[in-house]
Design a protein around this ligand. Sequence first.
Ligand SMILES: Nc1ncnc2c1ncn2[C@@H]1O[C@H](COP(=O)(O)OP(=O)(O)OP(=O)(O)O)[C@@H](O)[C@H]1O
Ligand SMILES: [Mg+2]
Length: 274
Amino acid sequence: MTAVLEASKISVSFGSVKALVDVDLEVPPGKLVGLIGPNGAGKTTLIDAVTGFVPATGTVVLNGRDISAEPPHVRSHLGLARTWQTLELFDDLSVQENCVVASRRPSTLGTLAQIVLGRRQPTQAAVEEAIRILELEEVAGRMPSELPQGKRKLVGVARALAGQSKLILLDEPASGLDTNESFDLGRRLRRVVDEGVAMLLVDHDMALVLNVCDYVYVIDFGRVLAHGAPAEVRANEKVLAAYLGGVATVTEAAGPEAAGSEPAPAGQSGKAIL
Ligand SMILES: Nc1ncnc2c1ncn2[C@@H]1O[C@H](COP(=O)(O)OP(=O)(O)OP(=O)(O)O)[C@@H](O)[C@H]1O
Ligand SMILES: [Mg+2]
């Protein structure tokens, strides 16, 4: 079956810094693929290269079409949506309005919103569907600033989903979330993927990535260090060596039960922060 995303030999340099070197990565249809790696490994740069926000060499193929030469807005029209490491929500609009913002805002914001939202302006039905899948019905009328961080992150995902995208690239959606929130996020991301949307999940939360993803890539210093099913990656000696140099141990811990009754802050028990 044709991959939704096929990125081949992607290289990006910033002056003398080689941020990515010949990275190959695939996201099959209806799958949740994880991308992990230490700080500065090149994860965000890969999302930027795939979405067209940084100049890159190599090829990016989306649903069989070579989009390597296309600008970001064309890629988004073709079904590519992303979130940013620093969550950008419109704080003066409700959750629901954040999801329909492209149709409400005039031209200058329209382009940005289209990039955020994906290939076309969301229909009311698509907005409602995104809110339903992410179980945000109860907060749909609330302002983002009134919501806990975990819910705000979900609004960012809902906004990408509302654009009826074929592939969503998420950059660290679990940052700032505690173990319970992160577990809940993983469950809801899985719901999105089960609806047929392919997803690339970049995160430092090893428990989240290894437990919800179907396949995982590990990059280090801009190169793919390992890739495989979560169990293979968890046992990979190169991965362990790369991470044992830091603070992490690769754990099995996953849900609220694993973390005990008290929610643990990010970076503590039950989460392996790389
Ligand atoms: N605009 C830029 N100009 C110069 N160097 C950059 C730029 N963006 C990223 N880099 C460098 O490219 C490398 C990869 O950075 P990138 O942000 O992709 O890492 P990351 O894996 O997303 O890290 P983190 O986990 O901290 O988010 C780093 O060495 C970084 O300093
Ligand atoms: Mg990053």
